[in-house]
Design a protein around this ligand. Structure first.
Ligand code: TZP
Ligand code: MG
Length: 217
């Protein structure tokens, strides 16, 4: 069981911002704060790759960013690092297919939120069976942010999930901008997850606001 209802999760997934300290040229706390002010509804801490923080520094950064998110009543999700999520009492964990098994992660995180990246109906069904609270589907559009991203799949899988009546909250990811975000929603997505659209904007506030406005129309 999760501490959150399906409807609450669907609402929160709408404007899903993901960032690590190396995903921006701005001062990162500024980006996070501006994005939250602009209308981000859930945040994922994805601290990985070149120049990323590790050890104590990573823990402290996560703790600080969680506090900031909570000032805006925005749930704080951690990518991959289950131990960190428990240590700082994050609101949830997001894992991919190459990470620890979702059943095991769910056991460890208790009633916190579990998100799983999936690329096929089978992977979605497995995630549901393991107790996932939502699935991330992508890359929807071409992305430069994740070097090892799978093949671009458009909104096909999202549509198929809806057609088959598979009822799990869905967030689309990969190359999403305020221009194409509506396509993800129209296909049946509950929300859009973005990194660069917000993190590399001259004004992360404007980018987040525009994204929120464009999916809510
Ligand atoms: N998973 C699939 S695509 C992607 C991740 C983490 C990167 C999304 O970044 P952007 O900049 O929004 O395309
Ligand atoms: Mg992962």
């Amino acid at each position: 069981m999760s501490r959150y209802s399906k409807d609450w999760i669907r609402e929160k997934l709408k404007v899903y911002f993901i960032m690590g300290s190396n995903n921006t040229n701005h001062e990162h706390e500024f980006v996070l704060t501006e994005a939250l002010k602009g209308g981000v509804t859930i945040f994922q801490f994805r601290e990985k790759g070149e120049g990323s923080y590790t050890g104590k520094e990573k823990i402290e950064l996560a703790r600080r960013w969680k506090e900031i998110c909570h000032e805006y009543q925005v749930p704080f999700i951690i990518n991959d690092d289950v131990d960190l999520a428990i240590e700082i009492d994050a609101d949830g964990v997001h894992i991919g297919q190459e990470d620890e098994s979702p059943t095991l992660v769910k056991k460890k995180i208790g009633d916190r939120m579990l998100g799983v990246s999936a690329h096929s109906i089978e992977e979605v069904k497995k995630a549901i069976a393991a107790g996932a609270d939502y699935v991330g589907i992508g890359p929807i559009f071409p992305t430069n942010t994740k070097k090892d991203a799978k093949e671009v799949q458009g909104t096909k899988l999202i549509q198929e999930l809806k057609e088959r009546g598979i009822d799990i909250p869905i967030v689309g990811i990969g190359g999403i901008t305020s221009q194409n975000a509506k396509k993800v929603m129209d296909a049946g997505g509950d929300g859009v997850a973005v990194i660069s659209e917000i993190s590399y904007g001259d004004s992360p506030f404007d980018r987040a606001k525009q994204l929120a406005e464009n999916i809510l129309v």
